[in-house]
Design a protein around this ligand. Sequence first.
Ligand code: ARG
Length: 273
Amino acid sequence: MTMDATRQRFLMCRPTYFAVDYAINPWMDPTAPVDTDLAVRQWERLRQVYRDLGHTVEEIAPLPGLPDMVFAANGGTVIDGKAMAVQFRDPQRADEAPAYRAWFEAAGFEMYDPKHVNEGEGDILLAGDHLLAGTGFRTAHAAHAQLQEVFGYPVITMQLVDPRFYHLDTALTVLDEQTVAYLPEAFSAGSQAVLRRLFPDAVHASMADAEVLGLNAVSDGRHVVLPAQATGLAAQLRDRGYQTIGVDLSELRKAGGGPKCCTLRLRQGKASQ
Ligand code: ARG
């Protein structure tokens, strides 16, 4: 196993206008109080963790009226200098798509537009030479074929079955080129069999860790940034030789998001992944 950290370039969006005003996943309760200032402080801490690890963090300006825009992972899929824009399932998030698209275009990425519902890196994760693509709740199965055409990586469809784990990045984390961690019960029987075949050494997370969004983690191949509450998963990862860094994103979790949701990986090209 390679335990070398790779320097990464991330896109993030400050949760200035964060709120839970609507419910589009089972985590969201618009009647429960949300502390936006605390959300901002927790997000700033996450950004600092990335900087301390030597990663570069770019920022897109938050827009009023788009409380979920903090979840930058849903803004696109960026691999080898190509950026695929997104198309949200829910109208409440629709206006985020052109804002992210404009950012990618200004940053010089080669742009592609989605033909189907596609919620970006929330559902589409590069794992070694495979693109794992979730479906069942958000990203349409039909989007997977377009991803394969655009990026030229074999796309592996992952069928999500538990509404609490509505995006692939809530049920599976890419740890490095060879390994992932996931919650088996979040996937259909066939998808579980595919995961066992592709990743025989994968870390199997417990429901308790998944329920605090422990799998919504960001790994650079050596350090894994994950929700502080996911203590069991952190111990499993340390046993495998990873260094774990717990962050508390309790406010953003009220919208169903964790560290990975707040973080979009910008991959310039093969050499500088
Ligand atoms: N409230 C947002 C939604 O339901 C949360 C998105 C979390 N993002 C993610 N990559 N899982 O769309």
